[in-house]
Ligand binder design. Structure first.
Ligand SMILES: Cc1cc2nc3c(=O)[nH]c(=O)nc-3n(C[C@H](O)[C@H](O)[C@H](O)COP(=O)(O)OP(=O)(O)OC[C@H]3O[C@@H](n4cnc5c(N)ncnc54)[C@H](O)[C@@H]3O)c2cc1C
Length: 529
């Protein structure tokens, strides 16, 4: 058997994506056989490994999961599903224990209690962390080590999934191609259960904190297969990506503001206290818009950590400190230039409480899904939590459907060259059409939106899709996701959470609900733009 055979069998479950959602689900499925597809070597290419803050969980003294749920609902601006918020926050402590048992070295005090950070819109310190700002990296290292010692998990590196495979009204697996081999006919990999865990869509924007492979492929391929999509318009922009011109833009975690860092402009003015009583710790969308407006008015924005954190930044926030020094900024003595950047997608493939999508045979977990937990705006550090809670729920659901089967049958070697493959993908990622698409999203579907811009964006996306040369299914997945975001944003004539319309600047009661949309609906809106 070779990878060029037309049909391969995954046996058991197939997980698309090797971030925290995918790998956690794989571990929870053990000893049931599962194949996990990762385009790049494990640990690379996933937002999960870049998370700085940590995981939100009510594990501190005096805290309750209900208080966590209430904060989640307030941040979500009226459209968080209450049951979801209560149940996810109630499962948080058990999932943190799983992560700790699998080796995550969470920061603890001398009595062994978790050291908890405070992030925006949390009513108390509630974020478990590792070495200050290294949570994502440390969690992924621990999980990957556990995955590697679990015989029921087969990791296949070097494949990119381009389509879901559908037959008789069910998802029966995926079509995948070798990384860097865009002209090869994708191979069908059959599976009894397919779990989409291929991340969000920040990279659809020209300014983003997401890894360069995370560009809306997951939601795009699910929508093209007919899945129902929820809340596509709700994109969270992080207020403080470090503005060095690097793509992606490195993040300066919110925990810095939690420790007292302030925002100032190039005139030395601190502008947040006049905008919100919580100043720099106001909800993310408010801080992002304040920074955006400063920049639009010709100012530059900086994060000033000098007084509040000083030299401690080097040890308490080593990741941020390294990003700064890599770009010639001394964070102990200098201001850190920052900009809003596309960071997190609240919307995605609509799933039920057990992670099932609207398509039989397809589950979705992590950032590519929309569970109803985040509403219009994600509460900080609730996304890693959602990834592990849903990873576990999906594993339980799939396990309940299938009897335990024999070990995995052999799977062919992919025969790929990571360096060459990545170089080809990098060229594709910088293709002129991709650049145009990303620029369109940042300029016209960004922090502030209006009907004229959104209509222009939809027409432009259609044009880019129609005229791009050598359009691949991967690119179609991107334009599909872009269409869904812009169509949802045009349709929602109000402002709520991460979605701000300058022509409808207030929330409207008739819009206090989720958006549900198929690709067909979005294309109809695009055709009328
Ligand atoms: C810089 C940064 C900091 C963050 N900090 C925090 C934080 O402190 N706390 C928090 O809760 N959240 C944080 N987030 C958000 C959080 O990291 C993500 O929402 C979460 O990690 C998503 O996990 P995931 O498993 O769904 O996706 P990811 O971790 O992004 O993994 C996606 C996987 O899918 C793979 N993939 C992509 N496309 C394909 C394809 N076509 N075929 C096959 N595989 C594919 C990728 O290679 C990757 O393996 C942060 C995000 C960023 C970018």
């Amino acid at each position: 058997m070779t990878f060029t055979d037309n049909v391969l069998n995954a046996d058991g479950a197939l997980i698309v994506g090797a971030g925290l959602a995918g790998l956690f689900c794989a571990l929870k499925l053990a000893p049931r056989p599962v194949t996990v597809i990762s385009p790049v070597p494990l640990g690379n290419g996933a937002s999960s490994a870049w998370a700085q803050g940590g995981v939100a969980a009510a594990v501190g003294p005096g805290d309750t999961s209900h208080a966590h749920a209430v904060d989640t609902e307030i941040a979500g601006a009226g459209i968080v599903d209450e049951d979801e918020a209560e149940s996810v926050t109630a499962e948080a402590a058990a999932r943190i224990e799983d992560l700790a048992r699998w080796g995550t070295p969470f920061d603890r005090d001398e009595l062994g209690h978790y050291v908890l950070s405070k992030e925006a819109a949390h009513s108390r310190n509630r974020v478990v962390r590792v070495e200050g700002d290294r949570a994502g990296y440390a969690i992924m290292q621990a999980i990957i080590a556990e995955v590697r010692k679990t015989p029921s998990i087969r990791i296949v590196e070097g494949l990119t999934v381009v389509d879901l495979a559908r037959a008789d009204g069910r998802i029966i697996g995926v079509y995948a191609r070798k990384l860097g081999d865009r002209y090869a006919e994708p191979v069908l990999i059959r599976a009894r259960a397919t779990v989409l865990a291929a991340g969000g869509l920040g990279g659809l924007y020209a300014v983003t904190t997401n890894p360069s492979g995370v560009r809306g492929h997951a939601m795009g391929m699910a929508a093209r297969a007919g899945a129902l999509i929820a809340d596509p318009e709700f994109v969270q922009f992080h207020p403080t990506a470090i503005a060095t011109g690097a793509d992606p833009a490195p993040l300066a975690t919110e925990a810095l503001r939690g420790e007292g860092a302030i925002l100032v402009n190039d005139l030395g003015e601190r502008f947040m206290p006049a905008i919100h009583p919580d100043a720099e710790l106001a909800p993310r969308d408010i801080v992002a818009r304040a920074n955006y407006r400063q920049i639009k008015a010709g100012r530059k924005v900086f994060l000033d950590t000098r007084e509040a954190i000083g030299a401690r930044i080097l040890t308490a926030f080593p990741t941020v400190a390294k990003y700064c020094t890599d770009f010639g900024i001394d964070p102990v003595t200098q201001l850190i230039p920052v900009t809003p950047a596309a960071h997190y997608h609240m919307g995605g493939v609509k799933v039920e409480a057990n992670g099932r999508s609207s398509l039989p045979g397809l589950w979705a977990a992590g950032e590519c899904s929309s569970t109803g937990l985040h509403g219009a705006n994600r509460l900080a550090s609730n996304s890693l939590l959602e990834a592990v809670v849903y990873g576990a729920r999906i594993a339980a659901d799939i396990s309940g459907l299938e009897p335990l089967r024999s070990p995995l049958a052999p799977f062919p070697g992919i025969g790929w060259d990571p360096v060459e493959g990545e170089a080809v993908e990098e060229r594709l990622r910088n293709h002129i059409s991709v650049k145009e698409l990303r620029r369109t999203m940042t300029d016209l579907v960004g922090v502030e939106r209006n009907a004229t811009d959104l209509r222009t964006a939809l027409r432009r996306i259609a044009e880019i899709e129609a005229t791009a040369q050598g359009v691949t299914r991967s690119f179609l997945n991107m334009t599909t996701s872009a269409t869904l975001v812009a169509a949802g944003a045009l349709q929602r004539e109000e402002s709520r959470g991460g979605h701000f319309r300058t022509d409808f600047p207030e929330p409207r009661p008739e819009w206090e609900h989720h958006t549900e949309m198929t690709l067909e609906d979005a294309l109809a809106i695009r055709a009328g733009a």
